[in-house]
Design a protein around this ligand. Structure first.
Ligand code: GLY
Length: 417
């Protein structure tokens, strides 16, 4: 069987490694992939349009294509592949709006009574600034571009001047490009974030284990928002009562909405949740993603005992699949280039990867003249597994001690809660 995985990060590497564990005869293709994926499959090195990718899949008899990155969803990859009768895991363009158009997602949440933070939409810079200026007690706000921003599209502000700066950054300076033509100003909820991914098989949503994503660049959650500096799966804060609330008010309500609106697809659905510090029996939905999380996937995949391939093929038949999980914690630490998510240098030689055991994944590194070199802000994902979260964390950091590159940067507090 030939499988094509779309994307270039640690998530795609982790999906590929798991598929090969499930069936070593699978032939993997990646577009565009990275140095890690080149070791387990074939990276498509040409620059393809979505149409050319579909023709490639057709010509090469690809059985299943898996979309990792939302960028391709926003370019209608699923619609084009369906047009050519190709099998692809992911939402069509309309359903992907749950992720790539925040206003669409908020309207959906409102219609189906899914608890989410209060918000206002602004299409004009002037109106957004007026709104802030007129407010007496402003408190903390989450200011977001309407469109996609690779997991980094939220600015938290604590006073009027910060809020006005954030609006300018998004709407005038266009930090997130055209994604910032419209913005949402949202009430900021201080609490514990929980990510929970799932697969939707057009009839049911089957949830995976929960994860904790460490989004900030600095320790103790200081610094800038990144695409993720580490994850722990399962998230120890996901208690039975929080899960029960999530299942009834968010997961089941989402399913009702998806079926009623005919937003049905075979693909992943990610729930970004927050449990407020001041009311721990309530859960709010911050966002949907219509793909697997990165780096959540890198800590989730090593715990999946049943076949991921079987999960996909069963879901493609619109049937449920019982996933079994290892009863362990998985702690994934991202090794990045100093300066990420802002400016950083690449091309640094990486040593020590031959000294560590699986699981580890590549986000941004390639092999040049038989040496590993950094190619991006996020470079490697190093994972420790153990029944005890403290040991899982210790194992991950022991592995990290063996790896070196100039300007290496990672958080030392992943998994310490
Ligand atoms: N880790 C957050 C995301 O994948 O969007």
């Amino acid at each position: 069987m030939k499988i094509l995985i779309i994307g270039s990060g640690g998530r795609e590497h982790a999906i590929g490694k798991k598929l090969l564990e499930d069936d070593k005869n699978i032939i993997l293709y990646f577009y565009p992939g990275n140095g890690g994926t080149s070791l387990i499959g074939k990276n498509i090195e040409k620059n393809y349009t979505i149409l050319e990718l579909a023709l490639f899949a057709k010509k090469n008899n690809i059985s299943i294509t898996i979309v990792g990155s939302e960028i391709f969803l926003s370019k209608k990859i699923v619609d084009v592949f369906h047009f050519y009768n190709l099998c692809i895991i992911g939402p069509d363009f309309i359903s992907s709006k749950l992720e790539v158009n925040r206003i669409f997602a908020k309207n959906f949440m409102k219609k189906y009574n899914i608890p989410n933070p209060r918000y206002k939409v602004f299409c004009s810079y002037k109106e957004a600034i007026n709104f802030i200026e007129k407010k007496k007690n402003i408190g903390s706000l989450a200011i977001k571009p309407n469109g996609i921003a690779l997991g980094k599209g939220v600015i938290i502000t604590n006073n009027k001047s910060e809020a006005k700066n954030a609006i300018k950054t998004i709407m005038v300076d266009k930090k997130f490009g055209d994604s910032g033509n419209k913005i949402l100003i949202e009430e900021f909820i201080n609490g514990i974030e929980i990510s929970i991914m799932s697969i939707f098989n057009k009839k049911n949503i089957i949830p995976f284990l929960s994860s904790k994503d460490y989004k900030k660049s600095g320790e103790n959650d200081n610094g800038l928002n990144t695409g993720g500096m580490g994850t722990v799966t399962p998230n120890p804060y996901m208690t039975d009562s929080i899960y029960k609330y999530f299942k009834k008010n968010i997961l089941e309500a989402t399913l009702t909405g998806l079926l009623s609106e005919k937003l049905t697809f075979v693909g992943f659905l990610y729930f970004g949740l927050i449990v407020p510090f001041n009311s721990q029996d309530k859960v709010y939905l911050l966002e949907y993603n219509t793909r697997m999380g990165d780096p959540e996937t890198q800590s989730l995949m090593p715990l999946m005992k049943t076949s991921f391939l079987k999960l996909l093929t069963t879901s493609l038949l619109n049937k449920n699949f019982n996933i079994l999980w290892d009863n362990k914690f998985s702690c994934c630490v991202i090794l990045s280039s100093k300066g990420y998510p802002e400016e950083y240098k690449t091309g640094k030689i990486i040593t020590g990867l031959n000294l560590i055991k699986d699981p580890w994944y590549v986000s941004g590194a390639s092999i040049k003249n038989k040496q590993w070199v950094t190619t991006s802000g996020r470079v490697l994902n190093i994972v420790g597994l153990d029944k005890d979260i403290k040991n899982a964390r210790k194992i991950a950091y022991e592995k990290i001690n063996k790896i070196h590159f100039d300007n290496i940067y990672f958080r030392n507090d992943i998994g310490s809660f």
